[in-house]
Write a protein that binds this ligand. Sequence first.
Ligand code: HEC
Ligand code: HEC
Ligand code: HEC
Length: 102
Amino acid sequence: MREFVLAIMLITFLTGISFAAGGGDITYKVKYIGDVTFSHDSHVTGRGFTCDDCHPVIFPLPRDKEKKRTMAEMRAKKACGTCHNGKNAFDVGSNCYICHKK
Ligand code: HEC
Ligand code: HEC
Ligand code: HEC
């Protein structure tokens, strides 16, 4: 019994660590207009989203770093545009420089 309780505590502890870290900061290189950094911290800790709000439906894991998404896809409510649609969060059709930083 004691071993069982300790094992559960260990699992909670370990998964707790990986959840707190989430996927960290993800930087997308974008020419001319500037790079975009997605912050797990600000979405998960700051706004209370849970992992399954985004994974795996909107953003499949493991991440495919070669996969590039376009603003046209995002304006069609995919990827960041699922939420950044002017209703749930600021719209991808404007507000360029909230996301893109030189
Ligand atoms: C608001 C949306 C959102 C939420 C909520 C979210 N993620 Fe992510 N996550 C992303 C995005 C965007 C990426 C990058 C995916 C891509 O570009 O294909 C990502 C990538 C990741 C990666 C891959 C990192 C890498 O560099 O390869 C891991 C691991 C991950 N997330 C874990 C988590 C965990 C754990 C949680 C819950 C604590 C979580 N995410 C919550 C949006 C989110
Ligand atoms: C599950 C919904 C959801 C998804 C998916 C999502 N966001 Fe957000 N994001 C939000 C909400 C809600 C806010 C708060 C926005 C507001 O107040 O208008 C926010 C805020 C932000 C901010 C403001 C600064 C900050 O960090 O708090 C940036 C930048 C941002 N998101 C970038 C992104 C990028 C880039 C992606 C795609 C890789 C993305 N988001 C995907 C919901 C989401
Ligand atoms: C919610 C955050 C967000 C907002 C707002 C946003 N973008 Fe983006 N944009 C991104 C992300 C993330 C990528 C990189 C996607 C990738 O590489 O997979 C990107 C990629 C791009 C690209 C390269 C891909 C393509 O479609 O040609 C251009 C150009 C671009 N953005 C222009 C803009 C302009 C112009 C605006 C304002 C009208 C804007 N973006 C608003 C997040 C955003």
